[in-house]
Design a protein around this ligand. Structure first.
Ligand SMILES: [Zn+2]
Length: 263
């Protein structure tokens, strides 16, 4: 937990719905910010129009969403997320899997107990109840309660609907950027776009489906599924896709660097 210089305040906890003293709750575990911080202070980025990158030494947290007991509930999921996406993220040859047609994937460690899905969906849930500026565009509607219900029954079917597609980045920008969840739609050949949220951790991007429909082919082949090996698509660089263009600009255009104010 980050150091604090203000009193804990009482409020309604978004998880237990009781009036309790609320604690500083990270949306994304602070451990991920450590891997961004050598040589500088991590930036918090957002796709929100007009959002200025902010320097956040230990990441974004919200002091108005969770009581201490409920915040603790997230720890095993967060620890596992840090284990998989930070500690077990080495780019070793043995981690690559070939599809036999010239494509390759990165094998992600994941337990059969659904903890990885709990980590990813719980970050999205926390962002959805947060009132922090960078999460204003997250509107899960009825999915917020469905995700919470799923987190209480991680091996049930309800959470698996919110599966995700992982991309592994190997370049410097990809390894040194992180964004909290923000809306992302996937264009389909037929019908309206699939609703999703995308977030990125250093070296990774995760697209979480928040939609009743299934993943379209071929994404259904790689989307996270309980009991199946978890594979990540390989992308050599966040630079060359439209999705990452804005983020890359922040790193290449000194004029758009954040001010020195630390909030
Ligand atoms: Zn609570």
């Amino acid at each position: 937990m980050p150091s604090r210089n203000h009193e804990q305040r009482a409020g309604i906890c978004a998880w237990c719905n009781e009036s309790k003293k609320l604690v500083d709750a990270h949306i994304i575990p602070s451990a991920f910010y450590d891997s961004l911080s050598d040589g500088g202070v991590p930036l918090v980025l957002s796709s929100l129009p007009g959002f200025r990158p902010k320097k956040r030494p230990s990441g974004t947290y919200d002091s108005g969403i969770l009581c201490e007991d409920c915040e603790r509930r997230f720890s095993p999921w967060d620890d596992y997320g840090v284990h998989v996406f930070r500690d077990q993220a080495h780019l070793e040859n043995s981690r690559y899997v070939s599809d036999g047609q010239g494509g390759r994937y990165f094998q992600v460690e994941s337990n059969a107990d659904g903890r990885l899905l709990c980590f990813v969906t719980s970050v999205l849930w926390r962002a959805s109840v947060s009132t922090q500026n960078e999460y204003m565009r997250i509107r899960l509607g009825p999915h917020a309660d469905l995700i919470k219900h799923g987190l209480l029954n991680p091996l049930g079917e309800s959470l698996e609907k919110y599966s995700f597609v992982i991309t592994r980045f190997t370049d410097l920008v990809g390894n040194k950027t992180m964004t909290g969840p923000h809306p992302f739609s996937i264009q389909l050949r037929h019908g309206s776009p699939l609703n999703a949220y995308v977030m990125s951790l250093p070296g990774w991007s995760l697209i979480v489906k928040v939609d009743q429909r299934n993943w379209p082919t071929p994404l259904d082949q790689i989307a996270y599924q309980l009991g199946k090996p978890t594979l990540a698509l390989m992308n050599e660089s966040k630079n060359y896709t439209g999705h990452w263009k804005g983020i890359t600009e922040i790193f290449t255009n000194p004029a758009s660097q954040p001010s020195s104010k630390i909030k």
